[in-house]
Design a protein around this ligand. Structure first.
Ligand SMILES: Nc1ncnc2c1ncn2[C@@H]1O[C@H](COP(=O)(O)OP(=O)(O)OP(=O)(O)O)[C@@H](O)[C@H]1O
Ligand SMILES: Nc1ncnc2c1ncn2[C@H]1C[C@H](O)[C@@H](COP(=O)(O)O)O1
Ligand SMILES: [Mg+2]
Length: 208
């Protein structure tokens, strides 16, 4: 049985009141989520929150649960839903206080129930952008990134495990949002500019 995770009491009233668009960013490890989000932020001024970055910041903060989180990330597995959702909520509240125009939630949801719980506790997402990339390309990109990233999970063994987790837990997310009519699937094998061109075609419809 999964261990019980203590939930924080987080008042998300300001987040609900702000009622700004939320876009989930989905894709395998190294698919270019962070890279495209950087470009989106520059053009549309949205708030970019990467669940992986929030977890890495939590580890750096030296919190009691940091060691446990590192182990999970080194194993290429998923961190418990409640831990991630509470970190995302807190980060969203900080952005709303600064007058956020909308959110890119990068690396989330990693499993169907994460998305459902987010939407039940916060609000429905407007879109899920899915960056589709072949496994071979994902591995190449992560190994190249490993030369400079310093990430504990950018190594051949962990990349293999992350890909397995992605195939098992995250690919059902894609079908889930397709069924809701909220999925935008983008072929992300090409160059960064080419992919961003396609991204803009979709986001221009929301952020005029
Ligand atoms: N279209 C592209 N073509 C070639 N390389 C790319 C492309 N997009 C991103 N990259 C490179 O691939 C690596 C992974 O990109 P990025 O960090 O954006 O992926 P990610 O989806 O956020 O990965 P993760 O889930 O592991 O955080 C980076 O080194 C980045 O510079
Ligand atoms: N949404 C998430 N749920 C569970 N675990 C997560 C989530 N986002 C990140 N993680 C963990 C597991 C990943 O392998 C690492 C790195 O994330 P990344 O998005 O690749 O930076 O963190
Ligand atoms: Mg990333």
């Amino acid at each position: 049985m999964a261990p019980t995770v203590e939930r924080k009491q987080i008042d998300i009233t300001p987040l609900k009141k702000a009622n700004v668009p939320i876009i989930f960013i989905v894709g395998g490890p190294g698919s270019g989520k962070g890279t495209q989000c950087e470009r989106i932020v520059k053009k549309y001024g949205l708030s970019h929150l990467s669940s992986g970055d929030l977890l890495r910041d939590e580890v750096k903060s030296g919190s009691a649960r940091g060691g446990q989180l590192t182990k999970i990330m080194e194993a290429g597995e998923l961190v418990p839903l409640e831990v991630v959702l509470d970190l995302v909520k807190e980060a969203m509240l900080k952005e709303v206080a600064k007058g956020s125009k909308g959110f890119l939630i990068d690396g989330y949801p990693r499993e169907v129930k994460q998305g459902d719980q987010f939407e039940a506790e916060i609000m429905p997402a407007r879109l899920a952008l899915y960056f589709e990339v072949a496994e071979e390309t994902l591995v190449k990109r992560c190994l190249k990134r490993a030369e400079t990233s310093g990430r504990v999970d950018d190594n051949a063994e962990t990349i293999k495990k992350r890909l397995k987790t992605f195939m098992q837990s995250t690919t059902p997310v894609v079908d889930h949002y397709a069924k809701k009519g909220k999925l935008v699937k983008i072929n992300a094998e090409g160059g960064v500019d080419e992919i961003f061109g396609v991204v803009q075609q979709h986001l221009d419809k929301i952020f005029k």
